[in-house]
Design a protein around this ligand. Structure first.
Ligand code: NAG
Length: 203
């Protein structure tokens, strides 16, 4: 590459970094772009994945570090967004299960001790409240959230034969899916940092 090309590349990098820095909520759309509702300025979502759709239905790692520390780490790593996954059944079937009960169901004794140390307020929350607490902490750190209904059953996603994939599959009930999306919306709609993904199966 010529010197001029390198210069263009480095300018592009600076531009990208600046673009990533600041944004104001709420966001909106303009054609294919995500924009600030008030100014129309484009906003780019730089999301890191944070799984919350596994069996225990609790965002992973809360037994290892305080929630606020994890949110701060997301910012430090220069992400402005988290794609936070959940399972539909967390809302439709297990909403009233506490984090502690959910861990007990899988005999996760060390995780219970860890969460009691690192995130004591979360231990006795219901799993849906814990999901909201993660969203709130990320919001307090200026991090946007793409709330992703990753799978119907709380479990590892995905394989071609897990029965969660599409209409007519054993564990994909479209009525329950819609109910779960509706409950998720009710739970999170007042939080301006949240974007929803309403997809079937987000491979
Ligand atoms: C949770 O409890 C409330 C209040 O008792 C009830 O209305 C709701 O249906 C329960 N949700 C689930 C998913 O069991």
């Amino acid at each position: 590459m010529s010197g001029q090309q390198w210069k263009n590349v480095s300018l592009a990098c600076v531009f990208v970094l600046l673009t990533f820095e600041a944004y104001s909520l709420p966001l909106s759309t303009n054609g294919r772009w995500i924009v600030e509702a008030t100014t129309g300025q484009r906003v780019k979502l730089i999301c890191v994945n944070w799984p919350g759709h596994m069996q225990a239905m609790v965002a992973e790692g809360l037994h290892l570090k305080p929630l606020d520390d994890i949110a701060a780490m997301v910012v430090k790593l220069r992400f402005n967004c988290v794609r936070l996954t959940y399972s539909i059944h967390m809302f439709t079937r297990y909403a009233n299960l506490t984090v502690k009960q959910s861990f007990e169901n899988f005999d996760l004794k060390e995780a219970i001790v860890g969460i009691a140390q690192n995130n004591p307020t979360i231990l006795n929350m219901k799993v849906v409240e814990a999901y909201e607490a993660v969203v709130d902490s990320l919001g307090a750190h200026g991090v946007m959230v793409v709330s992703d209904n990753h799978i119907s059953q709380p479990r590892w996603c995905c394989s071609n034969d897990d029965g969660n994939g599409f209409f007519g599959d054993r564990y994909f009930n479209s009525q329950e899916w819609l109910q779960g999306l509706s409950l998720a919306t009710q739970s999170l709609k007042t939080k301006p940092q949240v974007w929803f993904i309403y997809l079937l199966y987000f491979h």
